[in-house]
Design a protein around this ligand. Structure first.
Ligand code: NDP
Ligand code: HEM
Length: 479
């Protein structure tokens, strides 16, 4: 028998949770039944805005263990040899709403939060190393093409291919999306990529550029479009079932963490802009270095509190890890914390799942739902500078090395002199004949109902990657 007495949110015991208060057995209800009113009012507030993108997600907790040694490049404690750090991962699709089916062709989000002793480090990546656009000015337009048409309220392949065919920088990502890796069977069977170029810096004030990769140890596994239709017909929740079920059963998925390093001298000589998110750094020139292992081994106790309320932001970096001039990354530094303030509220970082484990000190004050009091170290210290010894002070030893910047402020055409074809070509040439065939037919499927002039514009782009690419899609469209 439970000894726990049911109460109102104000702690008063509830004597009857089955029957509301009425005047006589047939009603009407009395307004004084505040227990009923509290219940209905809470229900009305159960939903918060879903993420504007990446709304459907699956997450779990785990650990990152560092086994390699890149200490000469970075002072970040989380990346030192032997370091073990608790973490949270959330995987997602991009376009679907919260109730969308899991087994849909889409890029997958691969968001990681590391609770380091120097603050939270969030690596908010995808299962692909590149992206559809390279200027954040185009991100909202691109997302509009992925979401519903304002009149039909349906997804619009016409909008997608219209935008892509006018944006050749999307070719690399579109090729990956339409390849086998565009529809993994479960979160455990895909890689994760930090995608952007970030920086590492050390105590001597030296900086290198870095890309982060997480390689699945479960092996890659994909659905064909036909298989996915069957799967979705049987269950819309296959990713949740697979990830949650695997961890409950004690089969903990693991990923090998790798980094690619580029020096500032190499960056100056690199054939592409090293900060262009539509490009990878070829492994041959920048070999991946094994750095550690990430394992997911604990499911959330409460999905809403720990996964839905999780707030990942590329702005969360720690000393020894920094940003880069990548325009997309720069915009994301603004966008995510702004989204969290809207979606979760001003003090979202104080929610248990987001709270840094090292403790925080800051001078932000008051605000809606402030449940924690001053974090400055002393009650009189609600401003800074002050002369109160116990209060929190800045720490110059964490200063990041200066980054030289030059150039005239202007709106530079990001397509000028940019090669959008050679890297998708390198990928296309990696595919065997069957993979190519599936690529062609996936694209043909996705073009269903798209006007011919848009298809022709896109085919001309595929031709520039490789004549076999354009012709393969043409044949699949006829077939
Ligand atoms: P490599 O041959 O050294 O690397 C090829 C990479 O392609 C591997 O990382 C492999 O992943 C990945 N790959 C295989 N199939 C697919 C697919 N369907 N979708 C996406 N990636 C896939 O060559 P390069 O480094 O010179 O790169 C050649 C091309 O490979 C690039 O233009 C890019 O399109 C793609 N690529 C490159 C990456 C990089 O960081 N250099 C990362 C991912 C893709 P895995 O290791 O898991 O087998
Ligand atoms: C989610 C904006 C590009 C990966 C989001 C959210 C916003 C956003 C507002 C919702 C955040 C929330 O409510 O918690 C942008 C903008 C971009 C951009 C403005 C470009 C300028 C990218 C890129 C990647 C990426 C390039 C990957 C490399 C993700 C992931 C999530 C996400 C994984 C879900 C995070 C989670 O699981 O909570 N994005 N995004 N985004 N984005 Fe982006």
């Amino acid at each position: 028998m439970s000894k726990k007495t049911l109460t109102t949110t104000a702690g008063a015991p509830i004597s009857d949770n089955q029957n509301s208060i009425t005047a006589g057995p047939r009603g009407p209800l009395l307004l004084q039944d505040y227990q009923l009113i509290e219940k209905l009012a809470h229900q009305n507030r159960e939903r918060i805005p879903e993420r504007v993108v990446h709304a459907k997600g699956w997450g779990a907790f785990g650990k990152l263990k560092i086994t390699g040694d890149i200490s000469k490049y970075t002072s970040a404690k989380v990346l030192q040899p032997g370091a073990e750090t608790d973490m949270l991962a959330r995987f997602s699709t991009v376009a679907g709403e919260q109730g969308a089916a899991d087994a849909e062709r889409d890029v997958r989000g691969f968001a990681l939060k590391f609770y380091t002793e120097e603050g939270n480090w969030d690596l908010v990546g995808n299962n692909t190393p590149v992206f559809f656009v390279r200027d954040p000015y185009k991100f909202p337009d691109f997302i509009h093409t992925q979401k519903r048409h304002p009149k039909t309220n349906l997804r619009s392949p016409t909008a997608m291919w219209d935008f892509w065919s006018l944006s050749p920088e999307s070719l690399h990502q579109v090729t990956i999306l339409m390849s086998d890796r565009g529809l993994p069977t479960a979160p455990m069977h895909m890689n994760g990529y930090g995608s952007h170029t970030y920086s590492l810096w050390n105590e001597k004030g030296e900086r290198v550029w870095v890309k982060f990769h997480f390689k699945t140890e479960q092996g890659h596994a994909h659905f064909t479009n036909e298989e996915a239709k069957q799967v979705v017909g049987e269950s819309r929740e296959t990713y949740q079932e697979a990830l949650f079920g695997s961890i409950e059963a004690g089969h903990y998925p693991r990923w090998k963490m790798q980094v690619q390093i580029m020096t500032e001298e190499q960056a100056a000589k690199f054939e592409h802009n090293p900060f262009d998110l539509t490009k990878v750094w070829p492994h041959g020139d920048f070999p991946p270095i094994d750095l550690g292992v990430m394992e997911l081994n604990r499911n959330a106790e409460n999905y809403f509190a720990e996964i839905e309320q999780a707030a990942f932001s590329p702005s969360n970096v720690v000393p020894g890890i920094g940003f880069s001039p990548d325009k997309m990354l720069q915009a994301r530094i603004f966008s995510y914390a702004d989204a969290h303030r809207y979606r979760l509220g001003t003090h979202y970082e104080a929610l248990p799942v987001n709270q840094p484990k090292n403790g925080v000190h800051h001078y932000h004050k008051d605000g809606q739902m402030n449940f924690f009091g001053q974090k400055t170290g002393h009650v009189d210290a609600y401003y800074e500078p002050n002369s109160i010894d116990e209060s929190a002070k800045e720490a110059p030893e964490y200063k990041e090395p200066a980054l030289p910047i030059e150039g005239d402020a202007d709106r530079y055409n990001h397509r000028d002199g940019n090669d959008d074809f050679s890297q998708p070509r390198a990928l296309f040439e990696l595919f065997d004949a069957d993979q190519k065939q599936r690529l062609f037919s996936n694209i043909a499927d996705a073009m269903d109902g798209v006007p011919q002039h848009i298809i022709d514009r896109q085919l001309a782009l595929f031709d520039q990657i490789h004549p076999d690419y354009g012709n393969g899609v043409r044949a699949a469209l006829k077939g």
